[in-house]
Write a protein that binds this ligand. Structure first.
Ligand SMILES: [Zn+2]
Length: 81
C-alpha cells in the first residue's frame, strides 16, 4: 500500500505491536471497552491516522468478536432495567 485512501497522502507505513480498538456496542461489556490484539500488523497513514487492517488482523478481530458473542450468549438476560 503506497497511498492513503482517506487523504491521498503517501506516508502509509506498516505498524506492528498492540492493536487496540473499540468493539461494537452490542459486544462491549462496559463503557469505553477496548480490545487489544497483542502482536498485530497493520498499516497507518502518518498524515491523517487512517488505519488499514490486513486480512489476517481482520480475521483475528472477527474471532475475538465470535468469542465475545458466545460469552454473551451464556449470560443471563438482564431484566432489571
Ligand atoms: Zn491519510
Amino acid at each position: 500500500m503506497k497511498q492513503c485512501y482517506t487523504c491521498g497522502g503517501s506516508r502509509v507505513t506498516k505498524r506492528t505491536g498492540g492493536f487496540s480498538f473499540e468493539p461494537p456496542k452490542n459486544l462491549s461489556l462496559k463503557e469505553n471497552d477496548v480490545w487489544v490484539v497483542p502482536s498485530a500488523e497493520w498499516f497507518e497513514c502518518e498524515d491523517c491516522g487512517a488505519q488499514y487492517i490486513p486480512y489476517a488482523l481482520s480475521r483475528t478481530l472477527e474471532d475475538m468478536a465470535d468469542v465475545r458473542r458466545r460469552h454473551l450468549a451464556t449470560l443471563p438476560t438482564d431484566k432489571e432495567n
